[in-house]
Design a protein around this ligand. Structure first.
Ligand SMILES: Nc1ncnc2c1ncn2[C@@H]1O[C@H](COP(=O)(O)OP(=O)(O)O)[C@@H](O)[C@H]1O
Ligand SMILES: [Mg+2]
Length: 419
């Protein structure tokens, strides 16, 4: 048997905690996976940014990228290596560049998802570049903002059509607030969206390949406490539904790694924000849920690298549209969409791979997250974000929550049924 090494590149920005944990756990797994006539080993390396010949051959089999959406050199590099050299890249750079919040709303509305009523508004202001002002003068139709506000209903949210990080998101309780917020919204194209009032659960579904975790979320809590540690906040059917919604979105847009915000009201999930490819992955936000994410990234990237999962650079929306029977309710269509999504992610094959080759991951990770090395990693991340006098307190806080996770994990592993 020949020994073959698959090279995984981590393309990073300010990330500290998840890559360090990812690297440590892969080292501890010490994998040598039989595949055909080879034994596959893995080598993980952090990608450096440097000039390159467009015809050079990269050394990576897979690149897990976190910066494509704002770091152009890397965005264009991941395009080159996936297009020319067949490197599997998470996430598809074309899909990230082309599909922002707006197109995700449109696509999922078309599939029947209950997205709250949303209008698009031209920006309030324009900068004088090229033919912009002459175009606006000639063709922008004067409109009555109150009329749009009334069509959408109050309260509503005005927010950038390609938003992220809560920047420029304003709740408008009446016409006056809408006018003030629109007048202050600057040069970005805006959405005006009906508020989901009186929701009783706010969840974030985090998807990595076919794996989806659903976490309760509190948008009003301080940043470190928004992802909640809570159990049984959805019933089994709802959990499955939230997973299916997230998996459908991720498969539709070719995102291997994305999160979906949903509000539950009267038993219905209203997705409101799901163009979050490369979502928050920090221990300082995810704490208790951080190990799930690191393990999910490990499983999916090892699977893709080991099996040489082919890169799919073109999106294929037709199967979803074909399953979109206008006579069926969304709840009835969702399992059909999910079936397409599971096939997209080669889920059965992935699950077999994990069962066969990564069965020790749970135990290795459980042990790792209790080590001094992991505490050091947590401290490094906390030190990068918190003032000096809070470093000890928050290191203990996040590390402590993960020790609680280890306890629940040990109970789960000892339990009669392994999910
Ligand atoms: N339609 C809505 N109904 C209720 N709350 C909303 C709605 N839209 C946005 N919000 C609130 O505003 C926050 C930010 O909006 P979101 O669409 O997630 O923007 P961003 O992409 O900047 O995160 C959400 O997390 C939620 O708390
Ligand atoms: Mg959001």
């Amino acid at each position: 048997m020949a020994e073959v090494t698959r090279k995984i590149g981590l393309s990073l920005g300010a990330d500290l905690c998840w890559p360090a944990s990812y690297e440590e756990i892969i080292k501890r797994l010490d994998l040598s996976i039989p595949m055909g006539r080879d034994r596959i080993r893995f080598d993980v390396e952090r990608v450096k940014v440097e000039p390159y010949d467009l015809e050079y051959t990269p050394k990576y089999d897979l690149v897990l990228d976190r910066i494509t959406h704002w770091f152009m050199t890397t965005r264009e590099w991941v395009k080159k290596i996936s297009l020319m050299d067949g490197v599997y890249v998470l996430n598809n750079p074309w899909s990230i560049q082309a599909n922002e919040k707006h197109s995700t709303y449109c696509a999922m509305m078309k599939l029947g998802m209950p997205i709250p009523k949303t209008w698009m508004l031209p920006p309030k202001d324009y900068t004088d570049e090229g033919d912009v002002l002459v175009t606006v003068k000639r063709y922008n139709k004067l409109f009555d903002l109150n009329d749009v506000g009334n069509q959408v209903g109050y309260p509503n949210f005005i927010k950038p059509y390609d938003g992220g990080g809560w920047v420029g998101v304003k709740r408008c309780k009446d016409e006056r607030a809408l006018r003030e917020n629109y007048d202050a919204s600057g040069t970005r194209v805006q959405h005006l969206q009906a508020s989901v009032e009186g929701w009783d659960r706010f969840v974030r579904a985090i998807g990595v390949g076919p794996q989806v975790n659903v976490v309760r979320y509190d948008p009003d809590a301080p940043l470190h406490a928004r992802y909640m540690v809570d159990f049984h906040f959805l019933n089994g059917q709802e959990w499955l539904k939230a997973q299916r919604i997230c998996r459908t979105i991720n498969a539709f847009f070719g995102w291997d790694f994305n999160s979906c915000e949903m509000l539950r009201k009267d038993g219905v999930f209203y997705p409101i924000d799901f163009a979050n490819a490369c979502p928050d992955s920090q221990v300082t936000s995810l704490h208790f849920h951080f190990p799930w994410l690191v393990k999910a990234l490990i499983r999916w990237t090892l699977f893709c690298a080991a099996t040489r999962r082919p890169v799919r650079l073109n999106l294929n929306w037709q199967p979803f549209f074909a399953a979109n029977d206008p006579d069926m309710s969304f709840d009835d269509k969702l399992p059909l969409y999910d079936q397409i999504a599971r096939e997209h992610f080669d889920s059965d094959h992935f699950e077999e791979f994990c069962h066969e080759h990564l069965s020790h991951l749970d135990a290795v990770a459980e042990e790792f997250f209790g080590t001094d090395r992991f505490k050091e990693i947590t401290r490094e991340k906390v030190s990068a974000l918190y003032p000096k006098h809070e470093i000890d307190q928050f290191t203990d806080h996040f590390f402590g929550l993960i020790q609680f996770w280890r306890k629940t994990e040990r109970d789960r592993m000892a339990g009669p049924v392994q999910p």
